[in-house]
Design a protein around this ligand. Structure first.
Ligand code: AMP
Length: 114
């Protein structure tokens, strides 16, 4: 989508600190990290948020979670653990309207999510 910042990152129009890419998925470091490791994992296809996903997209969701596994190992987060968060909609705190997963790690995270 032409006015989407994350689509621009995927297309190389906006620079990013890329750490992983395959045919369906792109991952890069969050510009305002809230943990020592804060990585955004996004589908290359534009979906505004998780509510835009339907049954035909199940293979993509599976693929995104497999990318989490690969990235966690690549970033040495797998041993101590990490958290995945998906903000959806205004009450979920979503700011960028392109489906993304936050991968947080590198320190012990707070018990409370919100
Ligand atoms: P959310 O609140 O779930 O929509 O999260 C959006 C995230 O995108 C925030 O953590 C931002 O810091 C991050 N972000 C926004 N623009 C960029 C960018 N150009 N490069 C990297 N991260 C970004």
């Amino acid at each position: 989508m032409e006015d989407c910042i994350f689509c621009k990152i995927i297309n190389g129009i906006v620079p990013s600190n890329k750490i992983f890419e395959d045919d369906l998925v792109f991952a890069f470091r969050d510009i305002h990290p809230v943990a020592p490791a804060h990585i955004l994992i996004i589908p290359k296809k534009h979906y505004p948020n998780l509510e835009a996903i339907d049954a035909t997209d199940q293979p993509l969701l599976s693929h995104l979670l497999h990318a989490v596994n690969l990235i966690a190992r690549q970033e040495c987060l797998d041993k101590n653990g990490y958290r995945i968060a998906i903000n959806c909609g205004p009450w979920g705190g979503q700011v960028v309207q392109h489906l993304h997963m936050h991968l947080l790690g590198g320190r012990k995270l707070a018990d409370e999510l919100g």
